[in-house]
Design a protein around this ligand. Structure first.
Ligand code: MG
Length: 277
């Protein structure tokens, strides 16, 4: 199934997307902590309150994850374009819930930065508490998948060897539009096409088989040191073709349109705006 978090008539809801409508979940205001696997696998849907999808405002598909853990340098060709060695342990950093925006919200360029870059990424949403999960059991803790654009302020990212200040800007990172449940994707998750277009031009094109650390390895590695909880989000890294590594460099500017597509998951498309616009 496919689920969204949304605003309708001033109320926060979460619901299933069925035949172009959103059918709300009973007693749930958003996807995440309130929607572990057992809720999503047998959803209590209020068909009488369904509304057309185009009439709702989509929120980040998980609006308030307790943790957002991001993986850097996880596609071989991207590591090569950054002129680094292939990692032997995942490069991990984090964002905050305040970093997230809805899938249709504009990406706002803060006045302090001159280097706003894009990164197409597959995102994993956790569905069950998970600590020290063996790779073979990793799938059992996944609620589903969605799409992220790991928007990165490169001039801030490289101020130090820690990337946080370039990655965790408020309202920078679109997440969504839909949570696609794990059972809809299954083994295909290791071979999904992933691409990004900027103003219609394809700038990233790869597939998830090019990941250095696959999703079971990431879940096993991360859950070794921290407990993953329902609603936690893992951004799994971006393929090659990011703007800062192109010649000439490409950065996002107001008026641009950027779209991330992942096979079987959907499209995350938005517009770049300047602050106050
Ligand atoms: Mg990234």
């Amino acid at each position: 199934m496919r689920f969204v978090s949304y605003l309708y008539d001033g109320r926060r809801r979460a619901g299933a997307v069925i035949d172009g409508c959103v059918v709300p979940l009973a007693d749930v205001t958003e996807l995440g902590r309130q929607t572990p696997l057992e809720v999503l696998s047998a959803p209590d849907l209020r068909y009488g309150e369904r509304v057309p999808l185009e009439e709702v405002r989509l929120r980040p598909v998980v609006p308030e994850p307790q943790k957002i853990i991001c993986v850097g340098l996880n596609y071989r060709a991207h590591v090569i374009e950054t002129e680094r060695e292939l990692p032997t342990y995942p490069v991990l950093f984090s964002k905050f819930p305040t970093s997230l925006i809805g899938p249709n919200d504009p990406i706002v360029v803060p006045p302090e930065t001159r280097q706003v870059d894009y990164e197409a990424e597959l995102a994993v949403v956790i569905g069950a508490p998970a600590r020290r999960v063996p790779k073979e059991e990793a799938r059992t803790v996944i609620a589903g998948y969605t799409i992220a654009n790991d928007v990165s302020m490169r001039d801030y990212q490289y101020k130090t060897h820690q990337w946080l200040q370039g990655k965790a800007w408020d309202s920078s990172t679109p997440l969504g539009p839909e949570l696609v449940t794990e059972d809809e994707i299954g083994d295909q998750v290791g071979k999904l096409g992933i691409s990004l277009t900027l103003n219609g031009e394809v700038l990233q094109s790869s597939d998830t088989s090019m990941m250095i650390f696959d999703i079971p390895t990431l879940i096993s590695t991360i859950s070794e040191f921290t407990t993953l909880l329902p609603g936690d989000v893992i951004l799994t890294g971006t393929p090659d073709g990011v703007g800062s590594r192109r010649t000439p460099q490409v950065f996002l500017t107001p008026g641009d349109r950027v779209s991330v597509k992942i096979d079987g998951i959907g499209e995350l498309a938005g517009e770049i705006r300047s602050e106050g616009e």
